[in-house]
Design a protein. Structure first.
Ligand code: DC
Length: 219
């Protein structure tokens, strides 16, 4: 069974999808990590981001693997390097191109074939796994997402003004929603969770309830 969890940046998808997969005995796929790894590889190879053909050529050759927990570039674990601001700032050059998206979608389908999997991203229920048995769209208001991120950074000893976080988040939301292919949107048959005012545990329990009811329907 494939469970897709899509939603905007800062909705808490990654951590919740990982725990949900664990609790269900499913595997977990973080598709944002694949987009980030392809972007990191392009930065390292000094790909000219203003040259679409060069990005397309490069993305068709890059060696990206997902080992169930970590993303690997030619076998190197790049899980930490993909979370740096230069990568986040350049992702749109890769994510906006149908050719690189199709390469990454292919990897996502290969990794998931024949497996029980929780996949997390922007286009999982709407495009990559449009036949998935269980689809969830996890969101929260921009203010709530920015507040959570603000708190997270403060807890890590890296305080950033709330307005700055909100501005960057608005920019990413706009990029994610306006993409021609793979745009952030709920699949028609997705269960939508609006998580304002809910704790992580509330969201997790709700997701598990939805998945278990789909599993019961299937059997
Ligand atoms: O989930 P994340 O923040 O790590 O994702 C990084 C970016 O990758 C996100 O802004 C858009 C892109 N992405 C995408 O286009 N499609 C996906 N399925 C996952 C991520």
């Amino acid at each position: 069974m494939i469970v897709t969890i899509d939603g905007p940046a800062g909705a808490g998808k990654s951590s919740i999808a990982k725990i949900a997969a664990d609790r269900l005995g499913f595997e977990f796929l973080d598709t944002g990590a694949l987009y980030r790894a392809m972007t990191l590889a392009a930065i390292r190879a000094q790909v000219d981001f203003s040259d679409t053909q060069e990005i397309i050529r490069f993305s068709s050759t890059v060696d990206i693997q997902w080992d169930g927990q970590r993303v690997l570039l030619k076998g190197e674990d790049v899980s930490a390097q993909i979370r740096t601001p230069p990568v986040t700032d350049a992702i749109r050059f890769v994510a906006d191109l149908p050719d690189s998206r199709s390469r990454l979608s292919e990897i996502q389908r290969q990794v998931s074939t024949g497996r029980n999997m929780v996949t997390e991203g922007r286009d999982q229920g709407s495009e990559v796994f449009s036949d998935a048995e269980c689809k969830i769209f996890l969101t929260a208001s921009p203010e709530e997402r920015a507040r959570r991120r603000h708190q997270q950074l403060a807890d890590m000893g890296r305080p950033v003004p709330l307005e700055e976080i909100l501005r960057a988040q608005d920019r990413r939301d706009e990029e994610d929603r306006s993409r021609e292919i793979g745009a952030l949107r709920p699949a028609d048959d997705a269960s939508i969770i609006e998580s304002d005012g809910m704790t992580t545990d509330d969201v997790l329990e709700l997701i598990l309830k939805i998945v278990r009811s789909k599993i019961a329907e299937q059997s």
